[in-house]
Design a protein around this ligand. Structure first.
Ligand SMILES: CC(C)(COP(=O)(O)OP(=O)(O)OC[C@H]1O[C@@H](n2cnc3c(N)ncnc32)[C@H](O)[C@@H]1OP(=O)(O)O)[C@@H](O)C(=O)NCCC(=O)NCCS
Length: 406
């Protein structure tokens, strides 16, 4: 049907497409009136949500005769862990009891939009197919995307027309930034790691977690990464006695936890729209009371009805019986950083079965219990031989959510 409509798909051109892209985005946001919905302001850069990935591309669809823009799609590729293997070869693996990651090149689709006036004409399908063509040319072995479980059109397009299958359902956990600072348990010490130290800790402990990016070093040293923080029981280490990740991991305390903070505020802003007047008033009242009586420690609702920024917590992990408590302390620390940066919320995304989830504070009303990730195998020749078809594998306990794709 796409051919009948004479749709041309071409590369996005920032020198002339900015306003028409914004226009399509705006028109796509209308529709869910009455319901509370989240709006994204890309701060004038339509590629912002993929541009930190190793390779990325944006395509637009326009009507050939009129040059009217009617749709767009963004995509990126990178190398991630898709499984693990045991190697008996001592050279590549100094500790043969420890599994090694198996990497694959994966592509990610996001920001697919078609103007409401031009839907069901095959434009979405055409955009996906053209993007997948680029993925294959780029050597990607899999393609995936995240969508809301109840986005019927998108789920149907990908699973029924494009050959994707439902893969993982991680939880997006959102916590508001309160007007007061949160106190951190005095039984916990929080240390800030250098990007190098953070890299070796992550590679050593988390490289076999699925979706772990092989270029974790470029994530950690990106200017949007605000730091990696490690929580240990008080009395084990201080910033001054920190021996470096290698020594730390050869003799770690019984429990420890780690997380990193990513500054999405510089990339995009969000805004809640459609809340009833009653809800807004209630939010305003709690904010005022919280400001006046901070010692009450009321969870006041931040100003989310104006554009607000967010921090994303990634690389969350830990070991030992107190790990969830230490995660809680890290989240309080991250909350205070976000407050300092005047963010509206702190967001993280973890596997639905993640055991450390109970240490993460979040508000149900702002969170999404099941973000649906769909995946597809793109070709026949794979480097994942020892893993088999990743799309058929059961989920791991944890998942590494790349902050570049938030
Ligand atoms: C999802 C979206 C991109 C689909 O674009 P589109 O151009 O209308 O899709 P297509 O015409 O190519 O549809 C192809 C197939 O997808 C499925 N589909 C698309 N929209 C559907 C709908 N509203 N209801 C049911 N199935 C739908 C159908 O199987 C359809 O094939 P058919 O028309 O032969 O039955 C569009 O609805 C949109 O922009 N939505 C808002 C933004 C969004 O949700 N993006 C996806 C985020 S990942």
């Amino acid at each position: 049907m796409g051919e009948e409509c004479e749709i041309m798909v071409r590369e996005f051109d920032p020198s002339k497409d900015l306003s028409s892209v914004e226009d399509v985005e705006r028109r796509c946001e209308v529709g869910s009136s009455g319901k509370l919905s989240l709006f994204t302001d890309l701060l004038g850069d339509p590629i912002c949500r993929v541009r930190h990935s190793p390779a990325f591309r944006m395509l637009v669809a326009e009507i050939s005769s009129t040059k009217e823009m009617v749709g767009m799609i963004r995509g990126c590729t990178k190398v991630v862990t898709c499984g693990k293997k045991h190697s008996r070869n001592g050279k590549s693996n100094p500790d043969p009891t420890k599994p090694l990651p198996v990497y694959t090149k994966i592509a990610y689709i996001l920001g697919l939009r078609v103007s409401p006036s031009h839907r069901r004409m095959g434009i979405g399908l055409k955009l996906v197919q053209r993007m997948e063509q680029w993925f294959r040319e780029n050597g990607a072995e899999y393609s995936y995307l995240a969508t809301e479980n109840d986005n019927y059109a998108s789920v149907k397009l990908f699973t029924e027309k494009c050959g994707y299958s439902r893969f993982r359902t991680p939880s997006i956990l959102v916590n508001p930034v309160f007007a007061h600072r949160l106190t951190i348990s005095d039984r916990v010490t929080i240390l800030k790691l250098t990007p190098n130290d953070a890299e070796s800790l992550y590679r050593c402990r988390f490289s076999t977690t699925e979706f772990f990016p092989r270029d974790i070093d470029s994530v950690l040293s990106n200017r949007l990464s605000l730091g990696t923080f490690l929580a240990v029981p008080r009395g084990t280490y201080t910033q001054d006695s920190w021996p470096g990740s290698g020594k730390f991991l050869s003799n770690p305390p019984e429990s420890w936890a780690v997380l990193s903070v990513w500054n999405c505020k510089e990339v995009f802003k969000l805004e809640l729209k459609g809340a009833s007047r009653f809800k807004r008033t209630l939010a305003k009242t709690t904010r005022i009371v919280d400001k006046m009586l901070p010692f009450l420690r009321l969870p006041s609702f931040p100003e989310l009805f104006r554009p607000f920024g967010l921090h994303f917590l990634y690389g969350l992990g830990g070991e030992g019986p107190r790990a969830a408590n230490l995660v809680k302390a890290l989240c309080a620390h991250a909350h205070n950083l976000a407050k300092q940066s005047r963010c509206g919320v702190v967001v993280t995304e973890v596997a639905s079965r993640e055991p450390l989830k109970r240490g993460i504070p979040y508000w149900n009303s702002l969170s999404c219990a099941e973000d649906l990730w769909c995946i597809k195998r793109l070709g026949e020749e794979y480097s994942d031989g020892s893993v088999g078809d990743w799309t058929k594998s059961p989920p791991g306990v944890s998942i590494f959510v790349d902050p570049r794709e938030v």
